[in-house]
Design a protein around this ligand. Sequence first.
Ligand code: KIV
Length: 276
Amino acid sequence: MYVQNANAPARKPVTVPGLHAMKAEGRRIAMLTAYDASFAWQLESAGVDVALVGDSLGMVMQGHASTLPVTLDHMVYHTAMVARGVSATMLVADLPFMADRDLPHVLEAGARLVGEAGAAMVKIEGGAPHILAAIEALTVRAIPVCAHLGLTPQSVHKFGGFRIQGREQEAADRVLAEALAVESAGADLLVLEGVPVALGERVTKAVKIPVIGIGAGPHCDGQVLVIQDMLGITRGKRPKFSKDFLIGHDSVAAAITAYVADVRSGAFPAPEHCFN
Ligand code: KIV
């Protein structure tokens, strides 16, 4: 029989106020994706602060070329599996493509991911006015929100590919303005993806909420990677912003433990993982 969290190391559960305190105290936050109970348990055991059930599952689990085919049912299914593998690690789940089409869909997605599947927070991409309204609608109903700015993968067709964002001054200023807006709307966490180091630093200093970078440089309050990338099992070329932590380690557990240690110390990301 599968015993939930058997032999779980004693650890204080990661909470929303706890994440805010980590930023205030300068303690870096280690976040990784997970899509099933076994890997969730690996994250839990290695002391990962936040497990993200990303809609990247469309690519790394389902074999699609983008996150767009992922449905709310898929997200609920994977989130419920991950929930059975974590206890102290906070669980964040992505709102899939077009869950933001209107507020009833946003609230339905939030209710299912938190109430049915067991997430503690939902993540939503973008900073447009309807996203700000969605963040407000979720947070007033006590569903914490992680915003996601910069290279937002659900906008792949608008961007013309998975391209670094915020390189020009105007675009950088727009990302910064969006970060301040999602914070004002009530977001408790911000994932910042695929932006130059200088913009990662500007955004992290400008907002009070923790900023978790992925290809956003070393100045963010924490880092997140897709677990397949950090275990060196990316299909195709591993992204520049990632690192294969299995190199030099002889198990998945040791690789994840090394990732957590390198995020906490600031050793990851190194300059070769960053964009200018
Ligand atoms: O879907 C995902 O895994 C994500 C991370 C890349 C941040 O959004």
